[in-house]
Design a protein around this ligand. Structure first.
Ligand code: C2E
Ligand code: CA
Ligand code: CA
Length: 554
């Protein structure tokens, strides 16, 4: 039988011809036929042509996972049950010359005997130049995968199939741009193909899918219970995640269709909002469209409508949160934190509007405004004879895309004639990025003191510290508040502190809420702290009182 299989494989793969096969699930037999070069083979399920390819050492490594998913579906006979559709897979086989040849398998249902299980026919062929070239367009935008046509098919299905409940799912790869940057566009494209191919295999007649743009895909699926949607997504995600060992995550947004007559564009928008809303959530990557998202959206709209006028009207105000030396509780500095004082709503905390401003770019204006408030404040203290303490200002990452921000800071130093070391910069260190590192270095070279914000909360790692331009690490409260519970956690903190000091970095702990925390940190060698235990962020006049008291106590 093995001889026979080898021969079959040879013929299938080495000829530029179409091979036809069919699978009879009732008899559990596979047949190859319709080919003058080849006798008709009938083989047991175990020797079918698809599994032969899967077992063959020449199948490209990158395609194995996807191919085995495809083979499994076919074995189960559930891959296809609808007359007018077909599924396909494209895969690579190593050629004798050492290159890779593309092949395509297409599967069609032939006819349903008297059972519900269809007889399946398929073709295997080597793809020609033209087919390979147009693989891009073919895969993503052929017939029913064209988004414009898709909308019609989708509307038709949802409006006419009243027996089923429907959900619209949109998903994308979180940080796809980063994959393109890091691995190159060719790999990025290949990943998109991989996703498309997995969708091809994974989706049954219960689903429709299309690619909307770049890395955004949309699926329409029917469901009985919410759990159906979860298990569908989890299965799909498992298939899509295995690609060249690269790590990436997806964000899924789901809209459960409640009104079948609203436009498909709006259904798509709702799933898109749910997808955007779930991003940044560390625990979950499937978001459902609900009232909260709707409210957030109108809230966001409201913020964007009002932000410019609010800046003009002076509704953005700088608060200062004092920083303390733990051993003698003296004030050693302050962090500038913005507050929006809305005449109707009162004080709006930055977490409600900074993320919106970071998306629409307005954060640049707010930051510059706060930087100026800080510089002006330092000038004021000098003029009043109050020994000034440094104020650290937050520098949103958006500034770090061009070098202009250093010039702006320079201009403020000149305008208010203040010592540069009194205006410190807080920057959140996230993924390694050459361009951003250059900007940070530029600020360092201009002589500004740099504080690494939120150290220990996300991407920041000890590894990057060896050559960091930062002067101070701000230990995020999540880092020590969670770790302090266990002995092991305490060891991690004390070693991190010892190591940072060892390589010449200063430290400050933020979010210190209890005396125990302050004492523990100080015991480990971190003597600076900021947090509610000492003081919340306060208006400037209140800070000035605290500062005078602190000086008086000295
Ligand atoms: P951040 O830079 O990490 O600022 C520290 C945040 O922790 C502040 O929140 C502060 O009020 C809060 N905090 C301080 N001590 C404690 C404590 O003991 N316990 C707890 N639970 N929290 C404490 P706030 O003022 O609400 O600001 C939130 C975030 O908004 C800031 O986090 C920063 O990322 C951003 N932000 C604030 N002002 C600005 C600004 O002017 N520009 C930019 N780009 N971002 C800003
Ligand atoms: Ca900060
Ligand atoms: Ca922080």
């Amino acid at each position: 039988m093995n001889d026979c299989r080898d021969k079959m494989l040879e013929l299938m793969l080495d000829q530029d011809i179409y091979i036809y096969f069919y699978i009879d699930y009732e008899e559990n037999r596979w047949h190859l036929e319709n080919n003058p070069h080849m006798p008709e083979f009938t083989m047991s399920e175990a020797d079918n042509p698809i599994d032969s390819i899967l077992k063959d050492a020449r199948l490209a490594e990158e395609d194995k996972e996807r191919f085995s998913l495809f083979a499994e579906k076919l074995r189960e006979g559930t891959a296809i049950t609808k007359k007018d559709s077909f599924i396909k897979i494209q895969f690579r086989i190593k050629s004798e010359k050492g290159g890779l040849d593309w092949y395509e398998i297409k599967i069609f249902p032939k006819y349903a005997k008297h059972s519900s299980i269809p007889l399946i026919t398929g073709t295997i062929h080597k793809m020609n130049e033209r087919e390979i070239k147009s693989r891009n367009i073919l895969n993503f935008y052929s017939n029913d995968k064209n988004p414009a046509i898709f909308a019609d098919i989708m509307a038709n299905r949802i409006r006419n199939d009243l027996d089923n409940k429907y959900a619209v799912i949109q998903f994308d790869i979180i940080g796809f741009k980063f994959i393109n940057d890091k691995f190159g566009e060719a790999i990025g494209n290949e990943l998109l193909h991989h996703i498309n191919d997995v969708l091809d295999v994974y989706c049954t007649e219960r689903q429709l899918y299309t690619r909307l743009s770049a890395d955004v895909f949309m699926i329409v699926t029917c469901y009985d219970e919410l759990s159906d949607i979860y298990s569908f997504i989890r299965g799909l995600e498992a298939g899509m995640s295995a690609f060249r060992g690269i790590k990436y995550n997806f964000a899924f947004g789901v809209y459960l269709v409640s009104d079948r007559n609203i436009s498909t564009r709006i259904m798509g928008d709702c799933s898109c909002m749910a997808r955007e809303a779930i991003k940044g959530n560390a625990l979950e990557n499937i978001g459902f469209y609900d009232q909260k998202i709707k409210n957030n959206l109108s809230n966001k709209q409201n913020i964007e409508d009002k932000m410019r006028l609010a800046l003009k009207n002076g509704e953005f105000v700088m608060y200062l949160q004092p920083k303390y030396n733990i051993p003698d509780s003296a004030i050693i500095g302050a962090e500038a934190l913005v507050r929006w004082i809305d005449p109707e709503k009162g004080i709006i905390p930055p977490n409600d509007f900074i993320p919106v401003f970071e998306k629409n770019g307005f954060v640049v204006r707010i930051d510059e405004y706060i930087w100026e408030c800080a510089a002006k404040q330092i000038r004021h203290w000098i003029d009043e004879g109050i020994p000034p303490v440094p104020i650290s200002v937050n520098v949103s990452r958006i500034h770090l895309t061009d070098s202009g921000f250093v010039d702006k800071l320079e201009a403020l130093i000149k305008k208010y004639n203040i010592p540069r070391e009194l205006l410190e910069l807080e920057i959140t260190e996230s993924v390694e990025n050459v361009n951003i590192n250059e900007m940070i270095q530029l600020a360092k070279d201009s002589g500004f003191r740099l504080l690494m914000d939120d150290f220990g909360s996300g991407y920041s790692s000890l590894n990057t510290l060896k050559s960091t331009p930062f002067d101070v690490l701000k230990i995020d409260r999540s880092f020590f508040s969670a770790s302090m519970e266990s002995l092991r956690g305490q060891k991690i903190i004390s070693h991190t502190i010892a190591m940072s000091k060892d390589i010449g970095l200063e430290l400050i702990a933020e979010g210190v809420e209890t005396k125990e925390q302050a004492e523990f940190l100080s015991g480990c060698g971190c003597n600076s702290a900021q947090g509610y235990f000492y003081s919340r962020p306060v208006p400037v006049d209140m800070f000035e009182k605290l500062l005078r008291n602190s000086l008086f106590l000295k």
